[in-house]
Design a protein around this ligand. Sequence first.
Ligand code: PEP
Ligand code: MG
Length: 888
Amino acid sequence: MTKWVYGFGNGMAEGRADMKNLLGGKGANLAEMSNLGINVPAGFTITTEVCTWYYENGRSYPDDLKGQVLAALAEVEALMNMTFGDGQNPLLVSVRSGARASMPGMMDTVLNLGLNDTTVQGLMERSGDARFAYDSYRRFIQMYSNVVLGIESWNFEEILDEVKDDRGYSLDTELTAEDWKGVVARYKEVVIREQGKPFPEDPHEQLWGAIGAVFGSWMNQRAITYRRLNNIPADWGTAVNVQAMVFGNMGDDCATGVCFSRDPSTGENVFYGEYLVNAQGEDVVAGIRTPQQITIAGKEKNHSTLPAMEEVMPALYQDLVRVRDILENHYRDMQDMEFTIQGGKLWMLQTRNGKRTTAAALRIAVEMAGEGLITRDEAVMRVEPESLDQLLHPSLDPAAERIVLSRGLPASPGAASGRIVFTAGVAEDWARNGEKVILCRTETSPEDIGGMHVAQGILTTRGGMTSHAAVVARGMGTPCVAGAGEFQVDEHAKTLKIRDVVLHEGDIITLDGATGQVMQGSVPTIQPELTGDFATLMGWADERRTMMVRANAETPDDASAARRFGAQGIGLCRTEHMFFDPRRIIAMRRMILADDEAGRREALDSLLPYQRKDFIDLFTVMHGLPVTIRLLDPPLHEFLPHTEGEIAEVAQVAGVSGKDVRERTQKLVESNPMLGHRGCRLGVSYPEIYEMQARAIFEAAVEVARETGVAPLPEVMIPLVSTPREFELMKDVVDRTAKAVFEEAGLAVEYMVGTMIELPRAALRAGDIAASAAFFSFGTNDLTQTTLGLSRDDAGSFLQTYQDKGIFARDPFASLDVDGVGELVQIGVERGRATRPDIKLGICGEHGGDPASIRFCQKIGLSYVSCSPYRVPIARLAAAQAALQSGA
Ligand code: PEP
Ligand code: MG
């Protein structure tokens, strides 16, 4: 026989805390509290297996469920010394959902169940309070009718409003027992009117109605959406908890409250909570009355004038403190508890690990380790890596008011306010005059880099999480909201429109890149703090980590930020970003427009000093740490002039006609630039470009080694390779240049030449490529794009639909598609290692900063991950957790 029902109460329980899968979180913790001897109203849990059975069998129950429920109910009656449906001493119950993972407010609840015209008399006698009894009865009818019978609440609220109007009352509390009795009668008429039959008087019928409603609510739209957003599988099902009611609203020796074993917003080890005298739990949550503090310290801190529980009910307060200590020591984590006091007796209704801010999570983890309650390894596992993001950027002051205009993708975290501008040029002009600006574009392109760099925040109306704006903004640590499609940017009219709001150049908006919210006006922000508990926990994480963490960075500023966040090197320096500076772009354009090698070399010669300076700065900041420099990658036409002014300027400098420039530009246009003349294909066609870059790298390395005495560690990386021959040709260019520079300088530095693995063929032929490549860096942005045949720049428009329909669990550009793209990465690792056992292996796609992808990198044995500077701490913690989980 399957056991479908687990009882608890009076210091005993059939379940345990580790039975969450079967009993749900709430049921398992009620059982555990009961086992610990804590006062819990007796009850029973109907398992999640019944939920599964219910949905697999056309919303029906197993045959033997009824008998087990009746037996468990009899047990509750015995323990509480009350009888279900009894006219003198009626047992009333609550019926609540309880899934494995908490889904607050998503499913249904029925309270005060068991009331009818007979039992209400018993409740009246037991409480000596007719008003309370009829108030409870009408609450029950309304709740049951709504949840179980599907009658909308306004039907009932309308009546209550009428009665209050008639009597001239303003508050519910002014209604007398007789008033409530009249309300009950009218509520019952509503039920007959709406469903053609009377409200069920039989408590057993009520109970089965409520059980069915709770199981049914697992599949309501709210719950489905919540599960999708929180990755909770639909087949987990919910349990149903049936528990004796205790009342916090039966007089002044009654109360109800919510408390935390430590402060959930700061993490400080102080008891924290709120309660209300003579009230039900829903009154605390609904915010109808101002709650009072539990402790005197809390009262002082909150400048509350209302007395604390510690003062009003000192003995019960001590009982509650005892429970707090038992539960926190037992669960070894901060607890979020609900309690009710009835007639001077404390009852615990719930406990669970409490939600907390990131700052609190760090403090609690570090302090609990200090107290010996948990180990340092456990402390490292306690903090969600993603949540660190909250700490690394300025964030919106939670107390500040905000007018939200719309929402886009949370593309790069942090909050920023500024004046809106519509072009990168204006952004730069205004920033030079000390204005804080928000750059608003339909989408950004590499030419916007200057404006993006000076902007406080970036807003785009098109594009996804790996669109140009998103990637560049994350790299710079600039807040960005991407793909906010409700807005219309009109660059010519200089307006940003949404519905009937029209904003003009210079108007102020605020972006929250962590949530994707776009707000009108300026919202105050607060600055990050990287010392204290943060530093302590990161130190513990670093001791456990086996993978290195590097950053994707190209400017000295980004590199400094990366080092401040703990990066152990640069995993990707994208050199193309270095060519958009106004002084360089002209030379770059001349190079592209040149007819022959001699012309290209001339233009490249003028770029060399700039490029060398870039590397000198970068090597100096990185002070001997490895720096992976990728040679030019994007299609050349990205650098070409667009406006007539730009065309005329290039024509003049290059000594050709505007027509020539336009023609040459036309020739370079490609239908599929991402699959076109880019990456090492440019180096194959024009080796002199890579030669100039290699020269700049080695001349800079030699100079820095000589000046500082610390030799840089350049790792020259060839992009978009798919065959060994391509790599060998390019490596030859780099090696020859190195040799020449070292001879000229009379000084040599160590260096490596390796490749990106970002095309499926490269992963498959990794064995051949590793014969000459000293390292691989998996470029999982392009590898995802080319494996899935999905454009990084355009997929944003339908990826959400793909997630909604369960085709992709997550955005494959944000979290690695482990089964598909991951398999190619794994093949690349295995075949590369087979040829060259000591090959250095890393990842530099956006996935290098995603905790789930980092777990995968640990599993397949990569040496390092590389990510945006601002994600470095997240990657350090995620790598430590991955190492601990894998037992490394
Ligand atoms: C990649 O493709 O994963 C990569 C890191 O290169 P990029 O994003 O510059 O194409
Ligand atoms: Mg790439």
